[in-house]
Design a protein around this ligand. Structure first.
Ligand code: GRF
Length: 194
């Protein structure tokens, strides 16, 4: 059986990591088994580390605070990923700006909580909520050297029926938990080079 290995990078709560572990990890799609082979987190206190433990998975903590520059941190992350035979790296709430040390060397996708190219950056949920847009949404895109600007792979939108920021955020996460696993499966069962 063909096995494809993914690495998941996260920084905080890890609800999207959990969705990947529940819906993708160890499962077979079109005869291809997708395996979460590596977890990396830059925050030693991230809740996602505990979530992963419940699935029997350990997380490699690479704390950005231990590195003098973004490049040195990225090199440590790239070196870790390269220890394994990783077919695709997933940024699932990985809240670090990446340099070309990472983006030139790692084939990765990123989850972003807005309809890109609108509302790039770390405050996409609140920025989109406070805008006059009548729709919100979620994007998955290839990671490139420009922040939140790589080619868009998948998007899902919703209508602004929700009244509170909390409801808006909840709706985004609900969509994320479906869209990211679905996109990973699609890429790994379609792209022969993935
Ligand atoms: C998600 O909204 C993701 O789009 C953004 O960070 C959040 C991570 O949530 N980049 P979680 O850690 O997966 O719960």
């Amino acid at each position: 059986m063909v096995v494809k290995n993914i690495a998941v990078l996260f920084s905080g709560s890890g609800s999207n990591l959990q969705a990947i572990l529940e819906k993708v990890h160890g499962k077979i799609f079109k005869g291809i088994k997708i395996n979460v082979a590596l977890l990396i987190c830059n925050n030693p206190d991230a809740k996602g580390i505990e979530r992963a433990k419940k699935f029997g998975l350990d997380t490699v903590v690479i704390n950005h605070k231990d590195y003098a520059s973004r490049e040195e941190f990225d090199k440590a992350v790239v070196d870790e990923i390269n220890k394994y035979s990783i077919d695709l790296t997933i940024l699932a709430g990985f809240m670090r700006i990446l340099t070309p040390i990472f983006t030139d060397n790692i084939k990765a996708i990123n989850l972003h909580p807005s309809i890109l190219p609108l509302f790039k950056g770390a405050h996409a949920i609140t920025d989109s909520y406070h805008s006059d847009m009548q729709i919100g949404g979620v994007s998955v895109h290839w990671v490139s050297s420009e922040l939140d600007a790589g080619e868009i792979i998948a998007q899902k939108t919703f209508a602004r029926k929700t009244k509170t920021l909390q409801e808006w955020e909840k709706k985004i996460h609900k969509i994320e938990h479906k869209l990211l696993p679905k996109t990973i499966i699609k890429i790994l069962t379609k792209d022969k080079n993935a």
